[in-house]
Design a protein around this ligand. Structure first.
Ligand code: FES
Length: 113
């Protein structure tokens, strides 16, 4: 069976946020050790406060595979990876990407294998 060209979508956007926490000395590093917890908490609160929960899915994920680049989120359907460093960065992503459909270029991380 072939994939359909388009399926009905539950959300306009879906954010996956890495919640993996490894010890600080771990050679791979982790988003948790890089300070992800308070950032994702802020992101969840902003999504709720702005009543975006009906159109924005927000899911805690495990390791996304690029640990040293973290803390990382990826937003679909665009497939944009962001590396926020502060609550102000989170607010920018919410305001620009989620509310205004604009890329926050300074926070985009381009990953390569
Ligand atoms: S720990 Fe977050 S990408 Fe691996």
């Amino acid at each position: 069976m072939e994939l359909p060209e388009e399926l009905p979508q539950l959300y306009k956007r879906h954010i996956f946020a890495c919640h993996t926490q490894r010890p600080p000395q771990h050679p791979r590093g982790s988003c948790g050790a890089a300070g992800a917890g308070p950032l994702w908490e802020r992101l969840g609160k902003r999504i709720e406060a702005l009543d975006l929960t009906g159109e924005v899915g927000f899911t805690a994920s495990g390791c996304l595979g690029f640990c040293s680049a973290g803390p990382l989120i990826v937003i679909y359907p665009e497939g944009v990876w962001y590396k926020p460093q502060s609550e102000a960065d989170i607010d920018l992503i919410v305001e620009h990407h989620l509310q205004q459909d604009r890329l926050v270029e300074d926070l985009v991380v381009v990953l390569s294998r």
